[in-house]
Write a protein that binds this ligand. Structure first.
Ligand code: MG
Length: 339
């Protein structure tokens, strides 16, 4: 039976304003895809990020234009599909991710298998972190209270009062802390100074301390730092990884950066080759995007899959998150349905 594709733009509101080194938002527009063959209904999501591409409106225009070609993509040949998507939407990786996901979901639903099982992954996932965005110092204690169920916190830095943020948080909690600077430390001297006090505050790893492509500086920082350094803005697509050898200990895989599960699988394979520790992260995504990447979650050492729990009005139900423990279900595909 022939396929039919539809989409909608959904506005989701965050529980708190979500602020990082370069932006602050309290709501986001997400593109939701539905693909059906008449028997099974599959889901995909695009959560475009302004660091990497245009907004939802631009994506919808691209979808409109390419709909007939999308419907001709193969359900059971991910490699061919990914090559075609790369040509169709060379600059929109979240749209590639949405389409790749919706096809994988349909594929596994037809097979009546959860995708994690199809990928040879397991339901045994590391505990995910919970993100503490940037805020004024006096708002931090309330944020730590809000994060009470989560044993691992990821702290966003990249301000001119980073050290005060870390000291304030450490006063409130002795939980495992990870730090994400989102390219905020511009010079090697700033980065070394920052790393020195992160050592004092006992941080598990440091994500993207310096601007992407400043790889010589990051390699120097890595020699200096006993804390592992993880690439995020530098680790976008599979072809980036070979350039990161020597500069980073680990890489952060996100569907919305790499273009979907097919490319995420490639990044996992390459991480084994280049000996990178694997982190998996997300944008502010509904349970569609989060559940999709969670299917590969057991391949990661570190998880940061909290996008759906930062949303106040997630329209979908998929993986659970109990105190950072991501619970995969046994439903076919990505295991998602409308709430
Ligand atoms: Mg990051």
């Amino acid at each position: 039976m022939s396929l039919s594709l539809s989409w909608s733009v959904v506005r989701v509101n965050t529980k708190f304003e979500f602020k990082i080194a370069r932006s602050a938002f309290s709501h986001y527009n997400r593109l939701i895809l539905e693909l059906t063959d008449g028997q099974y209904l599959a889901y995909g999501e695009a959560a475009p990020n302004i660091r990497y591409e245009g907004d939802t409106k631009e994506i919808v225009a691209m979808l409109d234009e390419k709909k007939p070609q999308i419907l001709e993509l193969p359900v059971d040949d991910a490699e061919t599909r990914q090559l075609a998507l790369k040509k169709m939407f060379p600059d929109s990786f979240s749209l590639q991710a949405a389409i790749d996901t919706v096809f994988w979901d349909l594929y596994a639903k037809r097979d009546e298998t959860p995708l994690w099982r199809h990928f040879g992954a397991s339901k045994d996932l590391a505990i995910s972190s919970y993100t503490i965005g940037i805020s004024d110092l006096d708002a931090i204690p309330a944020k730590i209270v809000e994060a009470a169920p989560y044993p691992i916190l990821k702290i966003k830095l990249g301000t001119d009062y980073d050290h005060e943020i870390m000291r304030t948080i450490r006063k409130e909690t002795d939980k495992v802390l990870r730090v994400d600077v989102n390219e905020g430390w511009k010079s090697i001297d700033d980065a070394k100074r920052g790393t020195e006090w992160l050592i004092e505050e006992n941080v598990e790893f440091l994500e993207q301390p310096m601007p992407a492509l400043q790889l010589d500086d990051i390699a120097k920082l890595r020699e200096f730092s006993p804390i592992p350094i993880v690439a995020d803005e530098d680790s976008v697509r599979p072809e980036d990884l070979k350039n990161l050898v020597g500069a980073y200990d680990g890489i952060n895989i996100k569907l919305m950066k790499c273009g979907g599960l097919t490319n995420a699988l490639k990044m996992i394979e390459l991480s084994q080759k280049y000996e990178f520790d694997i982190m998996m992260g997300c944008m502010l995504e509904t349970s569609i995007g989060i559940s999709a990447l969670a299917q590969l979650g057991s391949f990661a050492r570190w998880l940061d899959l909290d996008g759906n729990v930062l949303i106040a009005d997630d329209p979908y139900l998929g993986v659970g998150n109990i105190g950072g423990k991501i619970i995969l279900n046994d439903k076919p595909g990505i295991g998602v349905e409308p709430r």
